[in-house]
Write a protein of this length. Structure first.
Length: 395
């Protein structure tokens, strides 16, 4: 136990706490069992350590961070370890990568039943279905999602500002006033292209090759998050990776499921399941027309975020596709995004029409009063024409 406390103290003292994530205030920390899901690389470990630092400091032994990567847990279950921790006065156990522990969900249930004074906060992959696939956790776990950086968070980190979030309704109804509060402090377009290229994943701050790091992360998403959690045999990994590559080559278009099945030598049903797994891993986003959903054929498949497009060679990254990918990713957290009647058009929450378009080609666009135009290559907007970058302030 002493070794774990020493590691905890070191990690908490050295955690990067430059940017405080909004999720910290969205979680009800009074709950006894809290699950934080998120794609690999978005900062779940940092988030746990920041919570420990903020609520307890580095030396308070009521709180302890542990990682299931530690080989110690191949010989000792979570519940047995939790019992030792409680006997040492422990109150809050922070468990990173919980899915690495066999029978992790039943172990968490044991902890919940046996130690009513103990709070557990654990992290897991976005591929995990906490309640659907783990009925023993139904009714006891509160689940949250940690996403990659929004453009607002990236801008705050890079400029030292403290811009707040806005709801979609606030942006649509009041974007001209909101922009007047932002532009005197910063020029968003100076940072927008940087964000589009590398701003979604917090590890861009590390002094390493970002593209290589992202490729490593993407491989881990398929090799660990999909194969391990979905219990898929290793021999199918090459098919999943090839499917992802083919989808990336044809990003922002309707996938030809029959052709994809031929290309990776499997059935149409298996292709659809693999597409769902890739979406769960936050490698792609699946767009349907209003009223349709999985397992029907998607209207469009796109990369989950713009950084992924730059990491896949030799994908040719076109500006319109990038901006539509940003639009969908920015809205995905709290809104339903469906394909509209034509290319560049989307329907949000089954009611609000959007078109993503280039402000420099506005003379060719016939603007309609029933549609909002999210325009790129501009910092300002007017009426139903708003700057696309401002949607990066939704979280």
């Amino acid at each position: 136990m002493e070794a774990f406390f020493r590691t905890h103290t070191y990690l908490v003292e050295h955690v990067d706490s430059v940017l405080r994530r909004n999720l910290m205030d969205e979680i009800d920390w009074n709950d006894r069992m809290i699950g934080i899901k998120g794609t690999r690389g978005v900062g779940k470990t940092t988030f746990l350590l920041q919570y420990a630092k903020e609520k307890f400091g580095s030396t308070d032994r009521q709180c302890l961070y542990i990682n299931m990567n530690n080989f110690y847990f191949q010989g000792k279950g979570i519940a047995d370890f939790a019992e030792d921790f409680v006997q040492h006065g422990g109150k809050v156990l922070l468990i990173d990568q919980v899915f690495k522990q066999p029978d992790w969900s039943s172990e968490l249930r044991k902890c919940y039943d046996r130690f009513p004074e103990l709070k557990i906060v654990f992290t897991g992959s976005s591929v995990m279905r906490l309640k659907e696939e783990n009925p023993e956790l139904n009714g006891i776990v509160k689940s949250y999602n940690l996403r990659g950086f929004s453009f607002r968070e990236y801008l705050n980190l890079q400029t030292g500002n403290n811009f707040k979030t806005y709801t979609l309704e606030e942006i649509l109804n009041n974007h001209e006033h909101i922009i007047k509060e932002i532009l005197p402090l910063v020029s968003p377009l100076k940072y927008f292209k940087e964000y589009i290229h590398h701003g979604f994943y917090p590890f861009f701050k590390e002094n390493r090759n970002f593209s290589e790091n992202l490729l490593k992360t993407m491989n881990m998403m398929t090799e660990v998050d999909i194969l391990l959690i979905k219990q898929i045999e290793l021999k199918y990994l090459a098919k999943i990776k090839k499917l992802f590559y083919l989808l990336a080559l044809n990003a922002n278009n309707s996938p030809n499921i029959s052709q994809l099945a031929t290309d990776i030598e499997t059935s149409r049903a298996t292709v659809m399941n693999y597409i769902k797994y890739l979406a769960d891993a936050r490698l792609i986003n699946i767009i349907y027309t209003v009223g349709e959903d999985f397992p029907k054929k998607p209207a469009k498949v796109m990369m989950h975020n713009t950084s992924l497009l730059y990491a896949i060679y030799p994908v040719v990254v076109d500006e319109q596709g990038l901006m539509e990918t940003f639009f969908v990713n920015a809205l995905w957290k709290d809104h339903l995004v469906n394909q509209g009647e034509k290319d560049q058009y989307y329907i949000v929450d089954e009611k609000t029409k959007f078109r993503v378009c280039d402000s420099t080609g506005s003379s060719k666009i016939r603007y309609n009063s029933d549609t909002f135009y999210a325009r790129y290559n501009t910092e300002v907007g007017k009426d139903n024409k708003l700057p696309l970058w401002l949607l990066g302030f939704l979280y």
